[in-house]
Design a protein around this ligand. Structure first.
Ligand SMILES: [Mg+2]
Length: 175
């Protein structure tokens, strides 16, 4: 199948794509409420932060050499509310387990870590999230035989130009 050899990209929404803003509460709106309603319609109701999505980030994401997967509590709503505002097609969704976090995870390991590693099945992947920490890096390194980039994004700013460049360069390396 076309694209099957490409690295996977697991992408979070809250933090990386919808920044939380700085300590004084500042943040940048890239889209007006009118634009959000035009594109998303009634599905935008109850999601007041969608205007923080940056279509320029969407354009950079669209150009990445990878197989993208949503790895976010937005789950399938990411394809309804987030992707259209970024100019992206629908992506597959890494689904959360029902109920409690997977048992047996050491403290500090994100609940997404075993899902990402399990889904990747040994294939090269980048995981972009604002909640990645040292425990995740160690846990993944011990269980995932292939190349992995765990890119922590500052949730105050969201994905920066530097983050996107680092991601592009890592994805460009043949695996
Ligand atoms: Mg997040």
């Amino acid at each position: 199948m076309r694209g099957m050899g490409l690295p996977l990209l697991y992408l979070d929404v809250d933090g990386p794509l919808i920044p939380f803003g700085g300590p004084a509460g500042w943040h940048v709106e890239h889209l007006t409420g009118r634009r959000v309603r035009e594109v998303v319609g009634r599905a935008a109701e109850g999601h007041p932060l969608l205007g923080r999505l940056d279509p320029r980030v969407g354009a950079r994401l669209a150009g990445l050499r990878c197989r993208p997967v949503w790895a976010t509590t937005w789950e399938h709503e990411a394809n309804v509310c987030v992707a259209p505002l970024l100019g992206l097609p629908p992506w597959p969704v890494l689904e959360e387990p029902d109920g409690a976090a997977p048992a047996g995870l050491p403290p500090g390991v994100h609940w997404k870590a075993p899902l990402v590693v399990g889904h990747a099945g040994g294939a090269a992947f980048a995981w972009v999230d604002d909640e990645i920490g040292t425990a995740d890096r160690e846990w993944v390194a011990a269980r995932h035989p292939g190349p992995a980039l765990l890119l922590r994004v500052d949730p105050r700013t969201g994905l920066t130009d530097e983050d996107l460049t680092a991601l592009e360069e890592w994805l460009r390396v043949p695996v």
